[in-house]
Ligand binder design. Structure first.
Ligand SMILES: [Ca+2]
Ligand SMILES: [Ca+2]
Length: 427
């Protein structure tokens, strides 16, 4: 398919219908006009005019010291007679304002003509491209998501359309050329988090006492993949963990909860730090995916703290896993990344979780300290944690700007650091 040609043509033939927040001043509208006026396309016999109702919900995004955020998605495709099933809905990221082929979400409309779901996206992504394809035609819009909580679009086709034949070997409604698993009807799309490289997860372990903000007590590199089915629901999760620092006197284990995930199948393998050999393997059923130990006692998975200046970096153990969910889960059910990954502190008996998951009787977050600070952070990339007796505020001069503006400014705070206060880069 020649996406650009079809795309420009449809912008010319489509009519943008405003509702709610959209108007002639709406930036999507202006963008559509700009693109439509700047490009030409080839005609196709299947061309059908359409109207789009833009009902995006806006507001300041919730901020929980998180480097990713969750956006809800609702797309409804209708023709004059009935809902249109099988329309492909795709969301791509713009990076530094440039469109990419990074898929953030993909699904096809069901028999009700609707795709509903959510996506997890890095906070430094300010815009996405929404594409809705119905039988070879594409509605496409750039959406500035800075203040968008929910992307909601209804596309009314003004004529019935003639289905075009596309090869879909497994019959899941996602054509072979887009299906990441063209021979598996239960899976259609692979999403990687982050798109490349790692996140760094860092815990303070003194909970419920306030931490010293060095965020080096337990540090690990993390990446995940999700397999989505054709509805956009999660059916499998894969992950990699690598223990990289333990600047703590306490001992811990690393645990994972996947909320609401039952009747799952887990395959977990841990690799020895010295030679990469398999140190442990578990494969079997998990009736309730709550508090599953992913890494054993922390003084056995790394031999040095990796938090002192002038020391030699000591590699830690790695774990990799795949969870086959017993039932497809809506993305929102699983919660924000890194899911409910938590530290179990053996010395104190306390579990330490990320924000936004556990609340006290008075409604406040159980894991927000009296100064409004968390005990757990996830930072994009191979983050350089502070040395012992240093702290994140001094090591990263824009960190305070970031969290004090609720993540609206200094989204790249982790790129600017004081070399003398944070550990060197390690592989
Ligand atoms: Ca398919
Ligand atoms: Ca498939």
């Amino acid at each position: 398919m020649k996406r650009a040609g079809i795309f420009a043509l449809l912008l010319l033939s489509g009519i943008l219908f405003s509702s709610g927040c959209a108007s002639a001043d709406d930036e999507n509208y202006l963008w559509l006009l700009a693109v439509a006026g700047g490009e030409s396309g080839e005609g196709t016999s299947g061309e059908v005019p359409f109207e789009v109702e833009v009902g995006d919900e806006t507001g300041s995004p919730d901020f929980l010291f998180d480097s990713t955020r969750t956006l809800d998605i609702y797309v409804n495709v209708l023709d004059p007679v009935s809902p249109v099933s099988g329309s492909q809905v795709r969301i791509y990221e713009l990076v530094d304002g440039v469109p990419t082929q990074n898929v953030a979400f993909r699904a096809r409309t069901g028999v009700d003509g609707i795709v509903t779901g959510s996506m997890e996206i890095d906070r430094n992504i300010a815009s996405v491209i929404l594409e809705v394809e119905f039988e070879g035609q594409v509605y496409s819009a750039q959406v500035d998501i800075t203040y968008v909580q929910s992307i909601r679009r209804t596309i009314n086709l003004l004529a019935t359309i003639t289905p075009i034949e596309e090869v879909d070997s497994d019959g899941d409604g996602i054509p072979d050329e887009e299906d990441d698993y063209p021979e598996d009807a239960d899976r259609a799309t692979v999403l990687r988090y982050p798109r490349e490289g790692n996140y760094t997860v860092a815990f303070e372990d003194l909970y419920p006492r306030q931490g010293d903000a060095d965020f080096n007590d337990y540090v690990l590199r993390v990446n995940y993949e999700e397999d989505l089915n054709a509805n956009g629901d999660v059916v499998r999760i894969r992950g990699n963990y690598e223990h990289v620092a333990r600047g703590a006197g306490y001992k811990h284990t690393l645990r994972l909860t996947l909320p609401g995930v039952t009747d799952a199948h887990l395959n977990l393998t841990r690799f020895d730090r010295t030679d990469g050999s398999i140190a442990y393997n578990f494969e079997g059923a998990i009736a309730d995916f709550t508090g599953i130990e992913m890494m054993p006692r922390s003084d056995t998975t790394i031999t040095g703290s990796n938090t002192g200046s002038g020391g030699t970096y000591r590699a830690g153990d790695r774990a990799q896993f795949e969870v086959v969910l017993g039932h497809p889960a809506q993305r929102a059910q699983l919660g924000a990344l890194p899911y409910d990954l938590h530290l179990h502190v053996l010395d104190t008996g306390h579990d330490i979780h990320f924000l936004g998951r556990y609340f006290k009787a008075d409604g406040t977050d159980q894991y927000l300290d009296s100064s409004g600070f968390p005990w757990a952070l996830m930072v994009p990339g191979d983050w350089r944690w502070p040395y012992e007796r240093q702290n994140i505020h001094a090591g990263y001069e824009f960190f305070d700007d970031w969290y004090q503006t609720g993540g609206l400014e200094a989204n790249d705070w982790y790129d600017t650091f004081d070399d003398s206060l944070v550990v060197p880069t390690v592989d």
